[in-house]
Every structure is written in C-alpha cells, then in structure tokens.
Design a protein around this ligand. Structure first.
Ligand code: G3P
Length: 223
C-alpha cells in the first residue's frame, strides 16, 4: 500500500518527502482554504515539484461540463495531476469523458461500495472511500474499503482503492490489511503513526550506553 499525504501544506509535504515514503498528494477545497496567498495552480505546481507521483486537484462544479472545463485546465499544470470529481452521476459522466481524453480521475466523497463500483465502471483511476466520515456517523467506514477491494478483485476492475478520511494510525494499518492500494493520510496522523515511545526510550538508552562505553575506553589503561 502506498502512502499519500492529505494536505496542501508545502512544509508538511517537504518533510514527509524527506522520509522517503511519500508516493503522492491529495488536496481538496477545504485543504486549499488552509493555504494562504497562492493560486490553486501555484500550490499544485509546487507540490508536483516536490513529489513525483499523482497529485489530486479537486473540481467544484456540480455539472459534468463544468468539471470537464476545470479538469482540462488542471491537467495542463503538470502531467501528474489527477482530477478529483465527486461520487455523483455527473462525476461519473465526467470520468468517462475525461478517460477518452487521457485525463486521470480520482472519484472522491465515496461512501458506499455501489458508488465505488460505478466509478470504476466509468473508468476512474482512483476511488476514494471516506473512512472517518462514515465512522463519525456510527457506520463502519473500513467496510466500504474491504467491500470495494473485494468487488474490484472479483470483477478485475483496475481502479485503485485509496482509503481517505483517515483519522488515526490504526486506520492506516486497517486500510493496508483491507488491501487498499493507497491511504491518504493527514500529516498529524502520519507523524503519530511514525512515533513509538519504546523507540524513543530505546534510542535514549543506546545513546547513554554508548557514552558509557566511550568513557570506559578513555579510562582503560593501554596494553
Ligand atoms: O481527501 C479527502 C479526505 O481525506 C477528507 O478527510 O478528515 O476531512 O474527512 P476528512
């Protein structure tokens, strides 16, 4: 399973890119609203200059023609741009028309395996089931990921399953176990998943013991 960052924050992207584990980035209007001063195009181009992988940029039109107009513009910004459209009939229409033009789509706001099936049939490159938002309303968000992976495997559908709306480190593990191709993870969750108190404690002990060892060498009488 590949890891994408779910952010438009350039500093966060630069940091995780240095870890050597980052394969792509997803953005959306909410994440864009947290950036300041730069145009949509400038932010996406800057991300693409840092990460060599799919960069999702989201449309805001509700009709397919509008999504097409926005997405064609986004696709000119960088070859790695993937156009995000919603899980609606208009979104699937846009996906099928984008496909004929060679433009890849990430179908977002997916909350059911039926929506995931329809996105794949329309020709989506990526489907994004939202795990956390389903958990928030007492549904099992990860079950949509499991069902989608099973359906795609059973019917040999090539759309990549991207677990989105990831809220905590266990979601990453569960998405990987469910067979998701990608998890898109907010920086804070990735940071929490990267840390373990026993790693920090162990490092501290090793450093102290190494200093003891060095001191003992200095004290030792040469033979
Ligand atoms: O990429 C969109 C998705 O990950 C949103 O997550 O936390 O706003 O539900 P969240």
């Amino acid at each position: 399973m590949r890891i994408f960052l779910d952010t438009a924050d350039i500093d966060e992207i630069r940091e995780v890119a240095r870890w050597g584990i980052l394969s792509g980035v997803t953005t959306n209007p909410t994440l864009m609203s947290k950036t300041s001063g730069k145009s949509h195009e400038a932010v996406i181009e800057e991300i693409a200059s840092i990460v060599d992988g799919p960069i999702s940029a989201e449309t805001v039109s509700l009709e397919a023609d509008g999504m097409l107009e926005e997405g064609r513009r986004f696709a000119k910004w960088h070859p790695n741009v993937v156009v995000k459209v919603p899980s609606t009939p208009a979104g699937w229409e846009a996906v099928s028309r984008f496909k004929k033009e060679g433009i890849r789509c990430n179908v977002t706001l997916c909350f059911s395996a039926n929506q995931a099936l329809f996105a794949a049939l329309a020709g989506a490159y990526i489907i994004s089931p939202f795990v956390g938002r389903l958990d928030d309303i007492s549904e099992d968000g990860m079950q949509v990921v499991r069902d989608t992976v099973e359906i795609y495997r059973q019917h040999k559908l090539e759309t990549l399953v991207l677990a989105a709306s990831i809220r905590h480190p266990l979601h990453i593990i569960d998405a990987a176990k469910a067979g998701a191709d990608i998890a898109t993870v907010p920086f804070k969750v990735l940071e929490a998943a990267a840390k373990h108190p026993l790693t920090d404690k162990g490092l501290d002990l090793f450093l102290k013991d190494w200093q003891k060892f060095q001191a003992s060498l200095k004290e030792a009488v040469p033979a």
